[in-house]
Design a protein. Structure first.
Length: 92
């Protein structure tokens, strides 16, 4: 699907937890902002840990040859096949 055709409401899960109110108070808006920020931070930490683990695995299995190129290739192909950007919810 093309990017223009995809309409995703990133706030929907957080609003659902609040009972899906029609109007939000200032306190609810601030709480929603914090929840979204914390969720994004956790997803980024999880992805960074996954990338670090892949890097360490590839580093251990590599010889002295073209280590850097192979590591970059392995990390890139792993990220693409696992839907890296999709799982971040960024859809790049």
């Amino acid at each position: 699907m093309r990017r223009e055709e995809m309409e995703v409401d990133f706030l929907a899960p957080f609003l659902a937890q609040m009972g899906d109110p029609e109007k939000l108070t200032k306190e609810q808006i601030l709480s929603l902002k914090e929840q979204c920020r914390d969720d994004l931070k956790q997803r980024l930490v999880d992805k960074a840990n996954l990338i670090q683990a892949r890097f360490e695995k590839v580093s251990l299995t590599m010889g002295k040859g073209s280590r850097r190129d192979s590591v970059v290739r392995a990390l890139t192909s792993g990220a693409e096949s696992s839907g890296f950007n999709q799982s971040l919810g960024m859809g790049f």
